[in-house]
Design a protein around this ligand. Structure first.
Ligand SMILES: [Zn+2]
Length: 104
């Protein structure tokens, strides 16, 4: 019988609390950015289509111009955040602004 049977509870698996804390830190960074970007009338401006966003649920924080996969070190960095619609946050959306890689 496999020694890991029965399967341990999730909280007993290695790294569970560290992983949770990391995700919570990212969540708090996004929420803080969203509150900071809220305009006095309670709306946001979408970075991609430049139309107003009316509700908290519709406004999401997009990792732009660097994606989460390309720069995992910028996951909590507000300089790489933009506010966008939920719909504009998908890669195939025609409104999405193109990112031109800086020439170095
Ligand atoms: Zn939009």
């Amino acid at each position: 019988m496999d020694p890991s049977f029965p399967k341990p509870q999730r909280r007993d698996r290695p790294g569970h609390f560290r992983r949770r804390a990391r995700l919570r830190k990212r969540e708090l960074a996004r929420d803080q950015f969203k509150r900071e970007q809220q305009r006095p009338d309670g709306t946001w401006l979408c970075h991609h289509c430049e139309k107003p966003i009316l509700s908290w649920e519709e406004a999401v924080v997009d990792h732009f111009p660097f994606t989460k996969g390309a720069r995992p070190d910028l996951l909590c960095d507000p300089t790489n955040f933009v506010i966008s619609h939920t719909a504009c946050n998908t890669s195939g959306n025609p409104n999405r602004k193109a990112f031109t890689r800086p020439q170095s």
